[in-house]
Design a protein around this ligand. Structure first.
Ligand SMILES: Nc1ncnc2c1ncn2[C@@H]1O[C@H](COP(=O)(O)OP(=O)(O)OP(=O)(O)O)[C@@H](O)[C@H]1O
Ligand SMILES: [Mg+2]
Length: 465
């Protein structure tokens, strides 16, 4: 699928020729250079997967060339060619980033094996550009991309839901794509000509939520100077999406339950009954069964909304999606497209794939957007990626001790850690923190309360530093 281009750097024309023939036979693209200077200008011009460099080249030596090359092209692999007498030099070159060395005189098989070993490791990097071309076909479904089995089952479920009006409960951590899935259900289904009306139930206190949902008639309460149509009525004929459904109070659950069962509403302050007809989709990042057990959710309400459950796995459980999502994000980002940023270095991708992503796909999108801003060339390098991802302790492996916790507790801690980091960075600023986390201010307030985080504490920290 990808043709590799190899650069041979050797002052001995015989060796150059020998290597060139060998690689061409194997269908690699090959260029040769006799000096370090020629090598550098070729590197500027073409994109190589591998440089095969003689340890002793005029003007410089293989070690400094390797160093120089690896500083500019983080992902370029280098194989050093050396005589027996200078193996020590080759080992030194490996310390400076060479991938392997071979000794002269070499066997054909030996050099081909070393080459293939090195190229095999480049799979991830090449995958990004490969996947970009696959996006429209196998791996994407209604604005969602994934190559994960569980996600593909979800795609099939959504496809099946197009044929009916079944009520759907979407669960998953923050940023996993719950709203995206809800929209897919609506826009794939036969109600797509109706409205998709979303309401974040956590963003309103009880009294306001009621008037948002049910609407009111003029004079229903002080300040109700006009009739107001509620979200439920608005969604009639289409889909009503109740986000963060866990935050609905018990009395409101009862009121909603009646509506869902009878398919009619009574507006506040009115005595008119309005018939409604819509699909209901709810979303939550909580375990609702636990809430029912604790008495925080009505059992009848839970059963009424949990007809078809869809549980979206967190990003850390489907890291194979990371290259694909990154490819999609690069393609969709106007700046990335303008500047033709089409690649992510292997090292950068590896650090993205070992991070634990408490904020899931949304956090990844955020990181890629910032990286695009920092990147100078056409490849996102490790240095372009925000520090938190690479920080010690950020990787899943480093957090292994946390894995003894129950899932819920683990997630709660991760969320708290994430929010306090962002609050610290933004010196307790609510608007800026909410923006960085890509949640709204009301959600941030609620989560801060849940985790007992006070903005004053973060102002202090900033002052102390
Ligand atoms: N599979 C996917 N493919 C492409 N983009 C995705 C995918 N999943 C999520 N996203 C993107 O990630 C972001 C977060 O998705 P979304 O808002 O649907 O998450 P959510 O689960 O509703 O989050 P929250 O719980 O915080 O409300 C959006 O920009 C969305 O487009
Ligand atoms: Mg959402």
């Amino acid at each position: 699928m990808v043709t590799h281009r190899i650069l041979i750097v050797d002052d001995d024309p015989l060796i150059r020729r020998q290597l060139e023939d060998l690689y061409r036979e194997r269908k690699y693209d090959v260029d040769t250079a006799g000096t370090a200077e020629d090598a550098m200008s070729l590197l500027e011009e073409y994109e190589y997967s591998l440089a095969v460099v003689d340890l002793k080249i005029p003007g410089t030596d293989g070690i400094s060339l390797t160093k120089q090359v690896r500083e500019r092209w983080e992902d370029l692999d280098v194989i050093i060619v050396t005589g027996y007498a200078s193996i020590k030099g080759a080992v030194e070159a490996i310390r400076h980033g060479a991938s392997d060395y071979i000794t002269k005189p070499f066997e054909r098989e030996e050099i081909l094996l070393a080459t293939e070993k090195v190229l095999e490791k480049r799979r991830l990097l090449d995958e990004i550009s490969y996947l970009r071309n696959q996006l429209s076909e196998r791996y994407s479904f209604a604005n969602m991309v994934s190559r994960n089995v569980v996600m593909h089952e979800i795609f099939s479920t959504i496809e099946a839901l197009a044929q009916n009006d079944a009520t759907v409960l979407i669960s998953g951590e923050s940023g996993t794509g719950k709203e995206l899935a809800a929209r897919a259900i609506h826009f794939q289904g036969r109600r797509r000509t109706g409205r998709f009306v979303a309401i974040n139930c956590a963003a309103f206190p009880d009294s306001l939520l009621e008037s948002e949902l049910f609407g009111y008639e003029r004079g229903a309460f002080t300040g109700a100077v006009h009739d107001r149509i509620g979200k439920i009525e608005l969604s009639s004929g289409g889909t009503l999406f109740l986000d963060e459904v866990e935050s609905i109070s018990l009395p409101m659950q009862l009121k909603l339950l009646r509506t869902l069962e009878q398919r009619e509403i009574e507006k506040l302050g009115g005595n008119r009954i309005v018939k409604v007809n819509m699909r209901i989709i709810t979303a939550t990042n909580r375990n609702l069964e636990d809430m029912v057990e604790r008495g925080d959710m009505r059992e009848d309400f839970f059963y009424r909304i949990n007809v078809v459950p869809i549980d979206i796995p967190p990003l850390r459980d489907r890291i194979e999606d990371i290259p694909l999502l990154v490819a999609e994000m690069l393609r969709a980002n106007p700046l990335g497209r303008d500047r033709e940023i089409t690649k992510v270095s292997n090292k950068a991708l590896q650090s993205l794939m070992s991070y634990h992503w408490p904020g899931n796909v949304r956090e990844l999108a955020n990181v890629i957007e910032r990286s695009i801003l920092k990147t100078a060339g056409s490849t996102i390098k490790e240095v372009d990626i925000p520090g938190t991802i690479n920080a010690p302790g950020a990787s899943t492996a480093a957090r292994f001790k946390d894995y003894d916790l129950p899932l819920k507790e683990f997630l709660k801690r991760a969320e708290r850690e994430y929010l306090s980091t962002l609050l610290k960075r933004n010196r307790g600023g609510i608007a800026t923190t909410a923006e960085a986390a890509m949640i709204d201010a009301a959600t941030l307030h609620r989560k801060m309360k849940l985790h007992a985080l006070k903005r004053e504490d973060f102002k202090e920290v900033a002052k102390a530093i």
